[in-house]
Design a binder for this molecule. Sequence first.
Ligand code: CLF
Ligand code: SF4
Length: 304
Amino acid sequence: MTCLGAISQELLKKTQKHPCYSTDAHHKYARIHLPVAPRCNIQCNYCNRKFDCVNESRPGVTSEVLTPQLAAEKFAWVKSEIAELSVVGIAGPGDALADWPYTRQTIQSIKQDNPDMIFCLSTNGLLLPELAGEIVALGIKHVTVTVNALDITIGARIYQHISYHGKYYHGVEAAKILVANQLAGIKYLTEHGILVKINMVMLKGINDLHIPTVAKKVKELGVFVTNIMPLIPAPGSAFEHFSPTSMQEINDLRNICQIDIQQMRHCKQCRADAIGLLGEDRSHEFHMFEPQAIGLGVVNSAER
Ligand code: CLF
Ligand code: SF4
């Protein structure tokens, strides 16, 4: 079954207003990221948890973490100021599913009065097998999963550990669980009519040669688009001294993968609290608190 086979015309029409999924939309429509999910349940070697998730955010300390209630208030404020707002996204600053009760509550409360908004979330996919059903039931139609490797020996070089159902796993054991859950979750979502986007961080000498294999596989699973992103080495992360990937290298890899699946080429690696058009972040105009740099000091699920 191809992805498009399972997607309704209505959803494709709606997606024309999604600035990440539609190239044409990105100059016209705006998104708001509501930072309600500070925790994460895995440790990527390129992530410093004092910084936004590099899967969906450029490394900059997030200005604020909000409760679902404050997030709904912020949404109402931004909507009254930005007429072209079409998407509400939860992109951390940790993992949207690691803090699922907050993510769910935020979307539920905004959706009630704003049924036409597009709701979107990004995740590392670890908890997809147990939460994909709830995502579908909530009416979310756009989900991004970051899949950096399918080969677990490659995955073991990218992920330091995962925290899953109260236990830590390391190395290939961690990668095995993560990859299996990502694949099962993606399959479930595409089979239930969700437009899935796969983000991949290109890591030279680690997963760069492997990425075309990942692209092929996710296409088979019905994924809509892949988004290959450059590594932005986060200070304090295990890959801190990794050389940053050039856009030429990214585009060469995208051109290879384009043969199998359409490529997103306009990603701005947004902050977890980004607001506005993709190329014109207005988050600084909409602070719920006095701006201050906060260390998120992220707590893993097992430590709760
Ligand atoms: Fe946000 Fe991500 Fe939804 Fe877009 S961002 S949760 S899909 S609404 Fe977009 Fe930003 Fe790139 Fe993400 S430009 S980092 S791809
Ligand atoms: Fe960091 Fe995101 Fe990886 Fe979690 S999934 S460790 S927040 S980059």
